[in-house]
Write a protein that binds this ligand. Structure first.
Ligand code: SF4
Length: 278
């Protein structure tokens, strides 16, 4: 192929990748590892393509500059089988069905040190679901998510949105407390998170708000740092999804509250909520 034609083909392939369509030219029957290697030249999955070709040199119109469009390359990173692709929707499944299926779960090592399974709490028909990382000490004792200091802050955030805690649904990626509050391991997340997906499918909220990197990275199947895509909108199995910082992070870093409030205001705009009057 001559160099001019080659440049045009490369420009189109890059463009399709930029707007989230690519890389459709990959062999989808290839192994997950080879797909990941081909789609993610960097282990951190750069949002901006490392070899981005300026629109002016492509002879093709630039993609509209919306937040969703700018975030799409992250979603395209899930072309390899994500944790959730193997999870089929089960029509009519309820949260009670899922809890019953979970049972006194011993599917991963976290069961050995837990006191109580922390399944989730709130409105089974909520428009808004918050997803955190995993239970801490207080949650492990009480069997309810977000009841410690970070939980009190989350409750304040919910109330600032003119909602009550019981209006929303709150759950975590893993249902048992990781010892010493360490991060959940990959295999623990892989084992437990399908139950999270089933919860999200059963509730089918308008908005999913991921609290912290673990929830966002798990659901979006990305390893990017949350600061790269915090506050951006994604489409996830028919719900709008946004990621913001975890309340525990806000306790350590109060100035970040203003950033989180901006994210929550975006959620409020989608849900038609007005800030609580003081
Ligand atoms: Fe089961 Fe999830 Fe607890 Fe692991 S973390 S034991 S998969 S409920």
């Amino acid at each position: 192929m001559d160099s001019a034609k080659r440049a045009r083909v490369e420009a189109w392939l890059q463009y399709s990748n930029d707007i989230g369509l690519g890389p459709y030219f990959l062999n989808r029957t290839a192994s997950p590892a080879s797909i990941a290697a081909a789609t993610n030249p960097s282990p951190m999955m750069e949002i901006s393509p490392a070899k981005s070709i300026p629109a002016a040199t492509r002879n093709i119109p630039p993609a509209p500059a919306t937040t969703v469009t700018s975030a799409l390359p992250i979603i395209s990173a899930t072309l390899g089988p994500s944790l959730f692709e193997a999870v089929e929707r089960i029509p009519g499944e309820t949260l009670n069905d899922i809890r019953a299926d979970l049972g006194e779960c011993t599917r991963c090592r976290l069961h050995k040190t837990r006191n109580k399974i922390v399944f989730g709490v709130g409105n089974p028909k909520a428009d808004l679901v918050f997803v955190g990382e995993g239970p801490g000490h207080d949650e492990d004792v009480q069997g309810e998510p977000f009841v410690g200091r970070a939980g009190k802050l989350l409750t304040q955030m919910i109330e600032a949105m003119s909602l009550r805690r019981e209006d929303v649904y709150i759950c975590n990626v893993v249902k048992c407390r990781p010892p010493e509050n360490r991060l959940p391991e990959k295999d623990e997340i892989a084992t437990c998170s399908p139950f999270l997906l089933r919860q999200l499918d059963a509730i089918h909220p308008k908005v999913i708000c991921c609290l912290g990197a673990c929830a966002a990275q798990t659901i979006l199947a990305t390893q990017q740092g949350i600061s790269k895509f915090r506050g951006e909108w994604f489409d996830f199995r028919g719900s709008k999804l946004i990621a913001t910082y975890h309340p525990a992070y806000l306790l350590r870093n109060p100035p970040a509250k203003s950033e989180v409030w901006k994210d929550l205001q975006k959620v409020m705009a989608v849900l038609g909520l007005q800030p609580k009057k003081r």
